[in-house]
Each structure stands twice: as C-alpha cells, then as structure tokens.
Design a protein around this ligand. Structure first.
Ligand SMILES: NC(=O)c1ccc[n+]([C@@H]2O[C@H](COP(=O)([O-])OP(=O)(O)OC[C@H]3O[C@@H](n4cnc5c(N)ncnc54)[C@H](O)[C@@H]3O)[C@@H](O)[C@H]2O)c1
Ligand SMILES: [Zn+2]
Length: 382
C-alpha cells in the first residue's frame, strides 16, 4: 500500500532553464513573480529579465526564510498583481515561493493552517533548484522560521508540490564548497531517513534507494571537482529523488534534532542535520538493522553498522565537524534541554523506528558535544 505525490512535469538537462518563458506561458502566467537567489542567478539575471519583460524580479534576502520575509514578499507580489510564482534558488527560495503561491491565493490562511486545510489553492508554481539539495522542488513541505516562536514551521500539503520542475545542473556549478557539502549531506539524510521511516512504502523506497545510490556515487566528486557537470547532475537528480522519497514517507530524528540545533544556533539546515545524522543512525540501528543493511548495500558497504563510520567519515572529509567548533561551548545543559523540547515538538519523532525519550534525545546532543570536543567514540553506551 502507498500513495505517491509528484510534480506534474520535470525537465532535466543542461540549459533547460532557458525554457522558463515557454513554461510560464503554458501555465498561463501573464505576470510572473520570479523569486531568485542573487548568488545563484548572478549574471544570468540580465538575460532572464530580457526574456521575461512582464515579470517582477525579487531577489531573496539573505538567510533561511522567515515569517517576516514572507509577509514583505507577499505584499510586493500582491501590489504587483502577479499571477504565478517562479523560484530559482536553493531550498530557502523555493520554500518562500511555495508559501507565497498559496498565501497569494488564500491570504486568510496562516502557515500552520495549510496542513489542515482540505482544499488548498495556489498560483501556478515553477521550481528551479540551484542547490542539490533540499529536494523542496519535489516536496509537499515548506519550511519557514517563525521568529516569535523561535522554531521552524514545516506545514505539508500536496498543493505545495510545484507544477513544473527544471533540473539544470549548470545552475549548481558555482555553489561554494561548504554549501555543496551541507546540501549534499542533507539530501543523503532525506534518502536514508525516508527509507527507515515508519511511513515508508514500496513507492517511496524505490526513490529512496536510487537517491542513496546517486548521491553517494557523486557527493565526493562534486566536492573535489565543483565544475564536473555530470556529477552535479547526479547530485541534482539524487536530491530530487530523495525529496520525492521523504515527502511521501517522512524525515526522522536527524531532522527533528537537526532543526532544533540549527534554529538555536543559526546553522544552515544541511549542516545541522549532517551533524546529528551519524548519532541518530547509531541510536536507531537496532530498530531497523535490515533496512540499514539495504542502504549499506547501495553504497557498497558490507553491512548497516558501517553506515555510522561512513557518515562520520563524510563529515570529516567535508569539514562538517570543524565547521561547528564554535557551538561546542554553547551546548550546555540548558540549551540541550531547550533543543530537546523543540525536537519533541516537531516532526520526525513518531516516525523514527525507535521512538526516543527526552533523555535519549539529550544524549544525542551530548554525543555531538563530545564529538566536537574530539572525545566521542561513537558508541551508544549511555
Ligand atoms: N521544503 C522542503 O522540503 C525542505 C527540505 C529540506 C530543507 N528545507 C529548507 O531549505 C532551506 C535550506 O535550503 P538550502 O540548503 O538549499 O540552502 P539555501 O537555499 O539557504 O542556500 C544556501 C546558500 O547558498 C547560496 N546559493 C544557492 N544556490 C547557489 C548557487 N547555485 N551558486 C552560489 N550560491 C548559491 C544561497 O544564496 C545561500 O547563501 C532551509 O530553510 C531548510 O529548512 C526545505
Ligand atoms: Zn533536510
């Protein structure tokens, strides 16, 4: 048994971003709201603006999307009377675009109500990812930081899945090394967590395993050879498949704890998830050893247990542990308690095969602190 929700149309290949005008026309957009990442679009902006004479271009402010950014962008979209949304950027841009497309059509809705509303309408929506990635182009989720509550809201609804997706690896070729690593590890975490989720189905498993294969085949290559477009395309397709997998299954404890960690210390999403994932796999191993064995087989490892060292090794190789050095001193008893509470309030707890207690979540953060202090031995003995 299972259900699978997918975008209606996907265009894969280099330079396919040039087809945006034609796609916008096919979706009957007369005046598109093009939300873009300045660093991703760069010099292409002039060409795009020349192609889209009627469109309104809106550069995404820095950082992951917040409720304030959403309100400001929404006002702009409404005052310009745009009738479609095009996102060109990483997960931050795509998530803001997804929320905008809904709220422009249903301004009375709050973000949290999206998940519980039966019929959600939105403007036509096109997503062009420039990181590989969150997979947001494939998912029924938008993640927006609620500044007042100091937590990430992540309402889900099938209406949030874009109509058309363009997977053009050229757009990812200039992603900085650290973003390549963080976003690639995020995608791998999506694939693995979807496969071990209690909500996994044969439909989501298919995408999860193929994503694991594609991502692990290419992640080290794109880190070392940023302009290797074949490898960039492998990552882009892998992150898209991982998005399909987790959108139709779920993410789990690495995301629940990673979201809490990232929100507390303002770390990028992929970095915070990658920091937690090895500990979560170790903690969850007993509860679904056979599933981890299948994942290990995709990577060419002998058994699931080796996944822990594999993920730890990627974090070493990509400098992920090192990148979080400055949070060690802030991982106090108090902040760990706060993050545990916030993790328990978010998604990904009940779908973990081994449902954690508050104390066990605290232990995951303590494991992280020990690892960052180079004292961790990666054993789950406490
Ligand atoms: N909706 C979903 O299903 C889903 C899934 C996972 C994560 N997320 C959310 O997505 C957000 C993170 O997205 P992300 O990891 O893609 O990072 P991001 O979109 O925040 O981008 C990271 C940085 O890279 C830059 N960048 C993006 N593309 C670039 C390019 N091609 N060249 C140069 N620089 C580029 C951006 O400007 C930014 O500074 C978080 O808010 C996270 O919670 C959403
Ligand atoms: Zn993620």
């Amino acid at each position: 048994m299972g259900n699978l929700f997918l975008p209606k149309e996907v265009r894969l290949g280099q330079n396919r971003v040039d087809e945006l005008v034609e796609i916008a026309e096919a979706l009957h957009m007369k005046k598109a709201f093009v939300l873009y990442s300045k660093s991703a679009v760069g010099q292409r902006l002039t060409t795009l603006q020349a192609q889209f004479t009627q469109a309104v271009f809106y550069g995404m402010p820095k950082g992951e999307p917040t409720t304030t950014m959403l309100q400001v962008a929404l006002q702009h979209l409404m005052s310009e009377q745009c009738d479609g949304v095009i996102a060109i950027g990483g997960g931050s841009v795509m998530d803001l675009a997804k929320a905008l497309a809904v709220l422009a059509k249903m301004p009375e809705l709050t973000l949290s109500e999206i998940a519980t509303t039966k019929k959600v309408e939105r403007l036509p929506l096109v997503a062009v990812p420039t990181t590989a990635g969150t997979g947001s182009e494939a998912t029924m989720v938008t993640v927006i930081i609620d500044e007042e509550k100091c937590m990430k809201l992540n309402p889900g609804h099938p209406a949030l899945i874009p109509d058309v997706v363009i997977l053009d690896a050229i757009l990812t070729a200039n992603v900085p090394k650290s973003v390549t690593a963080f976003t690639g590890l995020d995608a791998l975490t999506h694939a693995i967590e979807a496969f071990v989720s209690t909500n996994a189905t044969p439909l989501s498993d298919f995408y999860a395993l193929e994503a694991v294969r594609l991502l692990t085949d290419h992640i080290e290559i794109v880190y070392e050879e940023p302009h290797n477009l074949a490898a960039r395309e492998g990552m882009l397709l892998g992150s898209f498949y991982a998005g399909i997998a987790f959108s139709n299954a779920s993410t789990n404890l690495a995301h629940a704890t990673g979201r809490a960690l990232g929100t507390k210390f303002h770390l990028p999403h992929g970095q915070s998830v990658a920091l937690m994932h090895p500990f979560v796999v170790e903690y969850s191993m007993e509860s679904c050893r056979e599933r981890y064995d299948e994942i290990a087989e995709q990577i060419g490892l002998e058994q699931g247990e080796q996944l822990i060292l594999y993920l730890q090794g990627l974090n070493d190789q990509f400098g992920v542990w090192q990148s979080a050095k400055n949070v060690v001193d802030q991982l106090t008893v108090e902040t760990i308690k706060d993050m545990t509470k916030s993790a328990l309030n978010g998604n990904g707890i009940l779908t973990n095969r081994q449902v954690p207690t508050a104390q066990q979540i605290e232990q995951l953060f303590i494991q992280l602190r020990k690892r960052l202090q180079h004292k961790g031995d990666f054993a789950w003995y406490n």
